[in-house]
Design a protein around this ligand. Structure first.
Ligand code: GNR
Ligand code: NI
Length: 172
């Protein structure tokens, strides 16, 4: 297992549409192991493959609290089957948009079909943090970041600050 570098916005790679995984092979499982290790090290509660530069439709997640046992989850080729009309708002962050947190409104409940770590077809009904996180991660698969749900002004302010930090880091 290895910790991989997380791509920070603004970066054109993050706007790519990720491709379906053809089969959940040992190679894909090794990538998912690396993604989970990278996510835990960050630390974060979810990670899409594109955030480590791999444009495949793969998500890892762990929503367990610190006082709970780890609960790693893997979602390959996730598809939304149903979304609720009722909405929920969470302050979202993103490992590719470090240190910014903003409220995002999304459907409160979603039903998702996906392949698990073993390549088995599964369905899940999600609400609360799981629903928000799944939608945040599935956005990544479409090249969308949570800042794309904010006003143009907020988005451009955040991306400008991140761009400036990149220039500073390049110069040291
Ligand atoms: O670590 C993360 N925390 C988080 C908090 C609220 C809503 C979504 C997230 S996902 C984020 C990790 C990440 O960037 N996943 O793509
Ligand atoms: Ni994210």
């Amino acid at each position: 297992m290895a910790i991989r570098d997380i791509i920070i916005a603004p970066d054109a790679r993050l706007t790519q549409i990720s491709k379906p995984v053809e089969a959940v092979t040992d190679e894909i499982r090794a990538l998912m192991d690396d993604m989970l290790e990278t996510m835990y090290a960050a630390p974060g509660i979810g990670l899409a493959a594109i955030q480590v530069g791999v444009p495949l439709r793969i998500i890892v997640m762990d929503l367990a609290r610190e006082d709970e046992e780890p609960d790693p989850r893997y979602f390959v080729n996730p598809e939304i089957l149903e979304i609720s009309d009722d909405l929920a708002t969470y302050a979202e962050g993103c490992l590719s948009v470090p240190d910014f947190y903003e409220d995002v409104e999304r459907p409160a409940h979603v039903r998702v079909r996906y392949l698990d770590y073993d390549g088995e077809l599964r369905e899940i009904e999600a609400d609360e943090m799981l629903a928000t996180c799944l939608q945040h991660e599935m956005d990544h698969l479409e090249g969308i970041l949570f800042v794309d749900h904010l006003s143009k002004l907020k988005r451009s302010m955040i991306l400008k600050k991140l761009q400036k930090q990149k220039r500073i880091q390049e110069s040291v």
